[in-house]
Write a protein that binds this ligand. Sequence first.
Ligand SMILES: NC(=O)c1ccc[n+]([C@@H]2O[C@H](COP(=O)([O-])OP(=O)(O)OC[C@H]3O[C@@H](n4cnc5c(N)ncnc54)[C@H](O)[C@@H]3O)[C@@H](O)[C@H]2O)c1
Length: 331
Amino acid sequence: MDFGNESVLVTGAAGFIGSHVSIRLLGLGAKVVGIDNFDPYYARELKDHNLKMVDEAGGDFVFKQMDICDTQSLESLMKAEGVTGVVHLAAKAGVRPSIEDPVGYSLHNVVGTQSVLTAASSAGCKRVSAASSSSVYGNNEKAPFSEEDSVEHPISPYAATKRSCELIGETHYQLTRLPVAMLRFFTVFGPGQRPDLAIRLFLNKIGRGDTITMFGDGSMSRDFTYIDDIVAGVLASYEKIDEHGYRIWNLGSDHPMELHKLISTVAEVVGKEAIIDQQPMQPGDVNRTWADLARSKSELGYGATTSIRDGIAKQWEWMQSNVELIHKAGG
Ligand SMILES: NC(=O)c1ccc[n+]([C@@H]2O[C@H](COP(=O)([O-])OP(=O)(O)OC[C@H]3O[C@@H](n4cnc5c(N)ncnc54)[C@H](O)[C@@H]3O)[C@@H](O)[C@H]2O)c1
């Protein structure tokens, strides 16, 4: 695909993954139309910084503050900017807070996704790649998790909203023939990672010599995926979805790591000892995630190329060069 001919609407462009995807698209010559509603889940300073990075990447970048639930404005914007396709990443992210705010999560994630798809069809867009999540697998016994596995038992409102988005995407494709890719991201990390996620929290706290909280006995494991690999997978799905119509793809690393090993790896990178306060597992947290990448390898040519240790080192380097920003944003 020649991205030079694409005008891509990126929802959640001020967020962690959205800003990285936008920078890559601009680098490939695409026009990027970014939208975000600056959800207050984490500090505005970090989102402003992300947008500044996108702006400084150069290229044809337009940004509008907009809520994805406003279908009319979305459609008008898409028409005005000649949008050819959508990378839909806007969502209320985070598992634990969804238990406190299931209504807000349903609204922004489920209604919001339907709104994006409806506007995309009305505006004549050609394709949509959207974020789902590994959390849809719940506490499935069989691992690694394959796209063919049953996902009938999500264990958090967040996971249920992401599974709902997948169903909405499939129905929308059946009714309109607008190709829709649903991407099951497995815990994403790297420079600019969301401040509520484990690696960022651990780097910050271990770096300052503070105590970190470890939920569970340390045997919980996650398939951590470096941001550049996720970006490559998102773009590959955007290029390939026309061949499939509707398709779900896992984007993970196929190298799950247990929490205690993650903590020792972070401590090693920082060069300090980790002081650990062990607390019970939190409701909504799954025991493990592990991506089966057979489908995304064969259909997208996807593969994870950055090891967790190297990725953590790059994230730590980013945090050290943005100490003031991180301090202002509250960690
Ligand atoms: N980061 C991960 O590990 C991970 C894992 C699985 C899935 N995901 C999914 O990937 C996507 C991006 O995640 P992220 O980590 O970059 O999160 P993020 O919170 O950094 O980015 C999401 C952005 O969406 C915006 N947003 C929220 N509701 C909106 C609305 N109604 N209208 C417009 N903008 C809105 C937020 O302001 C935020 O900037 C999300 O859909 C998330 O659920 C992320």
